[in-house]
Design a protein around this ligand. Structure first.
Ligand SMILES: Nc1ncnc2c1ncn2[C@@H]1O[C@H](COP(=O)(O)OP(=O)(O)O)[C@@H](O)[C@H]1O
Ligand SMILES: [Mg+2]
Length: 241
């Protein structure tokens, strides 16, 4: 495969700073963050509530813009893409599981999962959506609407939707946060199988110590500053603040 981006890390962040404007002041959310993630790695991001974890994921998929610094994903500098270009990148290379699911309430589970394929004009959208829902254990809930599903089931629909186009990069914001132990275990196994078998790069914001312990790297955000942590030390205080 001729791919000029092959030797380049899948994610390259340099000097990234981000702040939100509030009435009279600014909140600095990320300060001078540098990060490189090689294709195929699994990376956990831990840190107390409000430390900037979700903001970092939103920047990584181009749903928010930094104040300064650069972000390259799959060989492309995100600042060179307009809204359509960013949407194309998400549809082709990136899967996102949001903390609050963001399922469309008027669509059934299978239609929610098929939607990204349909938007990208891909064939067999419903067959592939059904297959992916079966993989997350929801084969018996295909035609349920989000309001008819439990929180954990909605979470799994969101995970199926993020994976259905087989993205190279999966960004997930506390993907096991709403799940019971048994379901959390099956989601962890599913994500790591995907990482192993398809080389999907995983970036997981998580308070789940079992998740962090299985990742290649654990990063910790504290007041917007990112540290690479030895896995054991990072998981010891990764509980929610
Ligand atoms: N849209 C926004 N406007 C203003 N402040 C925000 C906004 N989103 C997040 N923040 C603030 O930025 C900080 C980091 O938020 P976030 O990235 O969501 O943290 P985490 O995911 O680590 O809990 C928090 O102090 C939060 O209150
Ligand atoms: Mg968050």
């Amino acid at each position: 495969m001729a791919d000029s981006t092959r030797s380049e890390p899948l994610v390259q962040i340099q000097g990234l700073s981000m702040s939100y404007a509030l009435a009279a002041s600014r909140i600095e959310v990320l300060r001078d963050v540098d990060l490189q993630i090689q294709a195929g790695q699994s990376v956990a991001i831990a840190g107390p509530s409000g430390s900037g974890k979700t903001s970092l994921l939103l920047l990584l998929c181009g749903l928010d813009k930094p104040v300064s610094g650069s972000i390259r994903v799959a060989g492309t500098d995100l600042s060179t893409l307009d809204a359509n270009g960013l949407a194309d990148l998400r549809r082709s290379a990136v899967g996102i599981v949001f903390q609050s699911f963001h399922l469309l309430p008027s669509l059934s589970a299978i239609d929610n999962v098929a939607l990204p394929l349909q938007l990208a004009d891909q064939p067999d959208a419903h067959t592939r959506a059904e297959e992916q829902l079966r993989r997350v254990g929801l084969g018996e809930r295909l035609h349920h609407y989000p309001s008819q599903l439990s929180g954990g089931e909605q979470q799994r629909v969101a995970i199926a939707r993020a994976l259905v186009h087989r993205p190279r990069l999966l960004l997930a914001d506390e993907p096991t946060g709403n799940l019971d132990d048994h379901t959390a275990e099956s989601i962890r196994d599913l994500l790591f199988a995907l990482n192993r078998e398809s080389g999907t790069t995983l970036v997981l914001v998580t308070h789940d110590m079992e998740f962090a312990a299985r990742c290649d790297r654990v990063l910790r955000l504290h007041d917007g500053v990112l540290h690479e942590a030895p896995a054991a030390a990072a998981t010891a205080d990764a509980l929610p603040a």
